[in-house]
Design a protein. Structure first.
Length: 253
């Protein structure tokens, strides 16, 4: 009788184990929203074309166009990579609260959020992306080809309080000291927003502080560096350094 009871108990345990193993963890969806700011003030398309921003250097400016490229936008967990987008062009005029959806649902857990500002050299292939070609995001061949990382245009009040143009365009830095032997430096950079934990469907906010392009670690003087910055090797490296404080993690809802 004792043997029969033991067999019955073992049977129940096996059934319970098998039942637990068969339960699938419910997967969740994750989206990524980019919100733009000037310091602490929200920045939207309605703020374009108005003199309302002051840089750390004391230059007053208005933004007429801001569009920038992000690539390799991923969540990473245990060497597995989940893709928001291989690359995307964000245009403030059209997408002042731009949202990306993760391409597939994921198991709840901890993931690292990373993306790249611009294209790394291996991806910065001249003429390779038809959608970017169509919107004139290419870099001229005399500067090495490939694509812009950012086109940031507007006007500022110069030392005579007159309206003057600025074209803060970020590309792969190129030294043209010898036109027959161009020297390149990859000035794209990776943004690592840390390890995030998800237990249910979530929306991650990425804060984009546009003022940082002019303030940290280099205080930018628009009276000195305003236009013709694409062929300026040193200016491109300064832009890359300042860009590394532009993006930060916001709320997760």
């Amino acid at each position: 009788m004792k043997k029969i009871l033991l067999l019955i108990c073992l049977s129940f345990l096996l059934i319970e184990c098998n039942s637990t193993d068969d339960v699938e963890v419910e997967k969740i969806s994750v989206s990524l929203q980019f919100e733009h700011f000037w310091l602490a003030s929200p920045l939207t398309a309605s703020d374009l074309d108005t003199f309302k921003f002051e840089t750390k250097n004391g230059d007053f400016l208005k933004i007429e166009r801001l569009r920038y490229l992000l690539s390799n936008i991923y969540l990473i967990n245990d060497n597995e990579t989940f893709t928001f987008s291989d690359y995307t062009l964000i245009d403030l005029e059209k997408d002042d609260n731009f949202t990306l959806q993760l391409s597939e649902k994921i198991v709840p857990g901890s993931y690292q959020l990373k993306f790249r500002f611009g294209f790394k050299d291996d991806d910065n292939i001249d003429g390779a992306y038809q959608d970017l070609n169509t919107v004139n995001f290419n870099v001229p061949s005399m500067l090495g080809g490939g694509y812009h990382y950012m086109q940031f245009d507007g006007k500022y009040k110069d030392n005579n309080n007159q309206d003057a143009n600025f074209n803060y365009h970020a590309i792969r830095a190129v030294d043209r000291s010898d036109p027959n032997n161009l020297v390149y430096e990859d000035t794209s950079f990776e943004v690592d927003l840390g390890t995030l934990s998800f237990i249910s469907n979530s929306e991650i906010t990425v804060k984009v502080n546009i003022a940082e392009w002019f303030r940290n670690p280099h205080t930018w003087d628009l009276n000195q560096l305003n236009t013709v910055l694409m062929p300026n090797f040193e200016a491109q490296k300064l832009m890359s350094a300042n860009g590394k404080t532009v993006f930060s993690l916001g709320d997760i809802n």
